[in-house]
Design a protein around this ligand. Structure first.
Ligand code: PDD
Length: 288
């Protein structure tokens, strides 16, 4: 079955869909995006993704030009036309096309692109067995809370990881603290059983999955702290894991050359993964 993409008001064959050569995303990375999970044909936590999209746009002085209802109908239609049971939907809004000039165009017409593809994060082998991550310098700008399409430092970090056979790169700031992964949030469980992840601020993307895992962990009675942790602390942790829309909850069993605890996914991580997979079946997570 050939894939269908939505581009600026039209549903087009994926292979022949295109945006303008002077789109500002291409010349300046001037746009934002969201990745939304699809499970059983339903979009997971779609409202939280739209909220974050609206916030990212606001932070870049790009008020939403498409009403949320219309955007949602489009997203649903892309999922439907591509017959996605399990997969992800990608949504991108850029400041549109204009003759190249760093300053904003005076009357921008945003470009909107929506695509979807099949994938199986929930039942993934990595989710059950755990993964290896490397650490690398966090080279990004100072507004990582904006989900911008300017992803070059993330791309370079992930490439570093890929070249060493790692699943993800954990990004480390000048003080030796782990901020997050190149495309996921980073977590550890220390030897007291406390679940730790970086606080929500401009240094990280506030993950939708991160937010849900915080809720789930607290509801389950776990001790949870939002604070920075160092690479040393992570390597000495009882457990480590990462979270994202595309992989849900994935145990981290090795960081660089250090095997975490006994090298197997930890019990807290396994429980959170299990609770999350149950939770996303609940009506409060699923869009109609
Ligand atoms: N990445 N941190 C970064 C830098 C990310 O790019 C992502 C998501 C996350 C996790 O956020 P969420 O739980 O809302 O997916 C954290 C997406 C999946 C991507 O770029 O493919």
């Amino acid at each position: 079955m050939s894939r269908i993409a939505y581009v600026n008001g039209r549903f087009l064959p994926h292979n022949s869909s295109a945006i303008h050569i002077e789109d500002r995303a291409m010349q300046f990375g001037d746009g934002v995006y969201e990745v939304i999970a699809v499970v059983g044909g339903k979009l997971i936590d779609v409202e939280l993704h739209y909220d974050r999209l609206a916030r990212s746009l606001r932070e870049l002085n790009m008020e939403m030009q498409i009403p949320r209802v219309a955007l949602h109908l489009t997203v649903q239609e892309v999922v439907r036309r591509n017959r996605i049971g399990e997969g992800i939907c990608y949504l991108q809004i850029t400041r549109g096309s204009a003759p190249r000039n760093h300053a904003f165009p005076s009357d921008p017409r945003h470009s909107v692109v929506v695509t979807a593809r099949r994938s199986q994060p929930a039942s993934g082998r990595v989710g059950r067995l755990g993964v290896y991550v490397i650490t690398t310098a966090d080279l990004r700008w100072q507004r990582r809370d904006i989900k911008s399409v300017s992803l070059l430092p993330n791309v370079l970090a992930k490439q570093n990881a890929a070249e060493t056979g790692a699943f993800e790169a954990w990004l480390v700031d000048k003080n030796g603290a782990v901020t997050e992964g190149s495309h996921s949030n980073a977590w550890i469980v220390n030897r007291d059983g406390t679940v730790i992840t970086h606080q929500e601020d401009v240094d990280i993307l506030s993950g939708v999955t991160r937010r849900r895992i915080l809720e789930i962990a607290r509801t389950d009675g776990m001790e949870v702290v939002e604070r920075e942790f160092t690479v040393g602390e992570a390597k000495d942790a009882q457990e480590a894991f990462l979270t994202s829309t595309s992989s849900f909850v994935v145990p981290v069993t090795r960081i660089d050359d250090t095997v975490i605890a006994d090298g197997c996914p930890g019990s807290v991580t396994k429980r959170l993964r299990c609770l999350y997979l149950e939770a996303i079946k609940q009506p409060s997570f699923v869009s109609v």
